[in-house]
Design a protein around this ligand. Structure first.
Ligand code: FES
Ligand SMILES: [Fe+2]
Length: 323
């Protein structure tokens, strides 16, 4: 039996340029409750996600500045936004990261001894943390569908993948119009109408394709930096929204989460009748992408031909997020 294909180490397939600055999804908002710390590992960091005393989602480095205990290990606890380390029971204010109590001394540590907080936003049901390789503050805000007018979006389902695709080649796929026809067997070659800068990053609008199952009038991708895209497809009386986040776990892998929404059709059955084929088809095609992407190499000088999409235009935009 032939050996199964395995992804080779990333150092053989992509230049190590570090993680790009940006907003990264680290949890779904509903997973983050007031009475527990959610331990996660992203961007080669151990992190905790929790809620402060006033209910805001917050991301912090997981290790206690005293002697390095993982704050969510053993009986590490949070109550009223105050985190108690399991090791020597130092207490930290989750909102400021400051140490507010040490049970065995009255001499508090200096204010600089604190939790490693990351700027955090709760947007469209996700918890996003800001990452910058040099620790700089956010220079843009994430896209939110709250700006969309009309019937509310109704959540249908979520799919997720762990991928070994070179991180910078994931969203490039959305500008690779030729593969849509050749890999995904789409009848139409997508035609990009406009690629425009937006406060959140980039908006890419497509000429509404004809001859599809549904009559489409709007088809656009809204990128937040290079770590998240909200794709909207609309037609008379219907709409689909897919919110895709890609968060590096480490240099080798990232997690992609795709959340599927439909325009509310008035009943659960009607929403499912729209949502199921949309989510199933999109997930099926995403898996097809990964069957190629997970093993590919990032070519810094690809040999593109006349019919290829604006891949280099995307790369130019993308480069500005690699600090
Ligand atoms: S390591 Fe956290 S209190 Fe000592
Ligand atoms: Fe694709």
């Amino acid at each position: 039996m032939p050996a199964a294909l395995q992804a080779s180490p990333m150092q053989l397939r992509a230049p190590d340029t570090g993680f790009p600055k940006g907003w990264y999804a680290v949890a779904e908002a509903a997973e983050v409750t007031g009475d527990t710390m959610l331990p996660v590992r992203y961007l080669s960091e151990d992190l905790i996600v929790y809620r402060t005393a006033d209910g805001a989602a917050q991301v912090s480095g997981a290790f206690c500045p005293h002697l390095g205990a993982h704050l969510a290990s053993h009986d590490g606890a949070i109550a009223d936004g105050k985190i108690t380390c399991p090791f020597h029971k130092w207490q930290f204010d989750g909102a400021t990261g400051r140490c507010v109590h040490i049970p065995y001394t009255d001499v508090l540590v200096p204010a600089s001894v604190k939790l490693d907080l990351y700027p955090t936003r709760e947007v469209d049901g996700m918890v996003l943390m800001w990452y910058h390789p040099a620790g700089a503050e956010p220079d843009h805000e994430p896209y939110t569908r709250a700006g969309e007018t009309g019937v509310p979006w109704t959540y249908y389902t979520t799919h997720e993948w762990i991928s070994t695709c070179p991180y910078r080649d994931l969203f490039e796929n959305l500008f690779d119009t030729a593969h849509v026809q050749q890999l995904h067997n789409s009848v139409n070659l997508p035609v990009i109408e406009a690629i425009e800068p937006r406060p959140h990053g980039l908006q890419c609008r497509f000429v509404p394709p004809r001859g599809e199952q549904y009559q489409i009038t709007r088809f656009e991708n809204n990128f937040t930096g290079v770590s998240m895209v909200t794709a909207i497809t609309e037609g008379p009386g219907f709409g689909f929204l897919q919110c895709v986040t890609a968060t590096p776990i480490d240099n080798e892998t990232f997690r992609q989460v795709s959340r599927y929404y439909v325009r509310d059709m008035g009943s659960e059955e009607a929403n499912a009748a729209m949502g199921k084929p949309f989510a199933d088809n999109t997930a099926y095609e995403t898996e097809k992408d990964f069957r190629v992407l997970n093993f590919k190499k990032h070519l810094t000088k690809p040999r593109l031909c006349a019919g290829d999409g604006p891949i280099m235009k995307w790369r130019q935009y993308q480069d500005s997020y690699y600090v």
